[in-house]
Design a protein around this ligand. Structure first.
Ligand code: IPM
Ligand code: MG
Length: 351
C-alpha cells in the first residue's frame, strides 16, 4: 500500500517521539512492502514562532490532502503562564480537530503484562482491563461561546451540544461496542446539565437500533471514582469533550504511564493519530521521553487501513521491548534507562 502521511511533530518532546514512530513505520513498510511518503508540517508553538499561527493554512492543506496525520504534541510553558497571550499553541490543535472534522477521539485503555505492577493500582483491579473511551472532540465547552463581561470580572464558557453531534459520536460508540463486548456506557452529568440531558435523550432513542448492545448511563463524577476501582466493568464509554479529556488522563494510570497511551481522532475523511500525553517541556531535547504512546498510535493508523498484521507487529515489538526492559526512565524503575532514540532504534531493528 502507498500511504501519504502528514507529519506534525509539534512542540516539546513531540519531535523526539515522532522520530521514533517514523523509524518504526519505515521498518514496517520495509518488511511488509509498503511505501510511506512523509510530509512534515508546522504546528504549535513552533508554528507561532515561525509564521505567527499555531495551525497555518499550509499545514491544513498538507493534512487535508494526506491519507493520515501523525502528530506529536503541542504546548509551551511560555504561553501557559501568560493568560493574556493572544495566540496559544493549543488553539492550533483545536483548530486542526475542527477543520479536519475529527469529531471522535478514540482512546483505548489496556494493560501491558510486564507493567502490571508499575501501576499504583492493585494488580487484581486492573489486570485484563480493555476499554475504549470515545471522546467527542469538536463540540461542547471547548467550542461553545466564551468571553468576559462586567469589565472582565466575569468569565464564561458554554457547553453547547447539537443532537447531530451526539448522534454521530454515539453511532461510532454503538458500532464499536458491537465489535467488542457489546457494552456501551454513556457518561454525562444529566442530573445537572441540560446539554447532558440531550445526550441521554439522544442515546436512549438510538438504543432500539442496536438491540444487542447493553447500554448504561452514569454520571461523570461517579465514573471518575469507578473507573480506577472497577475498570473491567467498562467496555466502550462515550462522553463529551471535557469529560473525556479528564477521564482519559485518569485512565492512563491503569496502564502505568501516560507515556504509553495512544489515540486516534476520526471524522469523515482523514484521521489523526497522536499520543494522549502533552509536550512535556521539561524533557524536551533530552532524549529521555517515552516514545511508545506515539509508536502505538502508529499501530492504530495501520489498523485503520486494515493492515492488521502490521499493527500487531508493532504491538508485539513494543511488548517485547517492555518485557526485556528496553525502556525509558519513566519505566526503568532504577534499572538501566534507555534513551528515546535507543528505544526507537531497538524497536525498528527488531521489526
Ligand atoms: C488532549 C489535550 C488537549 C485537550 C489540550 C492540549 C488542548 O489535553 O488532547 O487531551 O484538552 O484536548
Ligand atoms: Mg487531555
Amino acid at each position: 500500500m502507498k500511504l501519504n502521511i502528514a507529519l506534525l511533530a509539534g512542540d516539546g518532546i513531540g519531535p523526539e517521539v515522532i522520530d521514533q514512530a517514523v523509524k518504526v513505520c519505515d521498518a514496517i513498510a520495509g518488511k511488509y512492502n509498503h511505501e510511506i511518503n512523509w510530509t512534515p508540517a508546522l504546528t504549535g508553538a513552533i508554528a507561532i514562532d515561525t509564521v505567527g499561527e499555531p495551525y497555518p493554512d499550509e499545514t491544513h492543506e498538507i493534512c487535508a490532502n494526506s491519507d493520515a496525520v501523525l502528530f506529536g504534541a503541542i504546548g509551551h510553558p511560555k504561553f501557559d503562564n501568560d493568560p493574556s497571550a493572544k495566540v496559544r499553541p493549543e488553539q492550533g490543535l483545536l483548530k486542526m480537530r475542527q477543520k479536519l472534522g475529527l469529531f471522535a477521539n478514540v482512546r483505548p485503555t489496556f494493560t501491558f503484562p510486564s507493567l502490571i505492577d508499575k501501576s499504583p493500582l492493585k494488580r487484581e483491579r486492573i489486570e485484563g482491563t480493555d476499554l475504549i473511551i470515545l471522546r467527542e472532540l469538536t463540540g461542547g465547552v471547548y467550542f461553545g461561546e466564551r468571553g468576559r463581561k462586567d469589565n472582565g470580572d466575569t468569565a464564561f464558557d458554554t457547553m453547547t451540544y447539537q443532537r447531530f453531534e451526539i448522534q454521530r459520536l454515539a453511532k461510532k460508540g454503538f458500532e464499536m461496542a458491537m465489535k467488542r463486548s457489546k457494552k456501551l456506557c454513556c457518561v454525562d452529568k444529566a442530573n445537572v446539565l441540560e446539554a447532558s440531558r440531550l445526550w441521554r435523550e439522544t442515546v436512549q432513542t438510538m438504543e432500539k437500533d442496536y438491540p444487542e448492545v447493553e447500554v448504561s448511563y452514569e454520571f461523570v463524577d461517579a465514573v471518575a471514582m469507578r473507573l480506577v476501582q472497577w475498570p473491567k466493568d467498562y467496555d466502550v464509554i462515550i462522553t463529551a469533550n471535557l469529560f473525556g479529556d479528564i477521564l482519559t488522563d485518569e485512565a492512563s494510570v491503569i496502564s502505568g504511564s501516560m507515556g504509553l497511551m495512544p489515540s486516534s481522532s476520526v471524522g469523515s475523511k482523514v484521521s489523526l493519530y497522536e499520543p494522549i500525553h502533552g509536550s512535556y517541556p521539561q524533557a524536551a531535547g533530552k532524549d529521555i521521553a517515552n516514545p511508545l504512546a506515539t509508536v502505538l498510535s502508529a499501530a492504530m493508523l495501520f489498523e485503520d487501513f486494515d493492515l492488521t498484521q502490521e499493527a500487531q507487529a508493532i504491538r508485539d515489538v513494543v511488548n517485547k521491548s517492555l518485557a526485556k526492559g528496553i525502556v525509558t526512565e519513566d519505566l526503568s524503575d532504577g534499572g538501566k534507562a534507555y534513551k528515546t532514540s535507543e528505544v526507537g532504534n531497538w524497536l525498528a531493528a527488531n521489526i
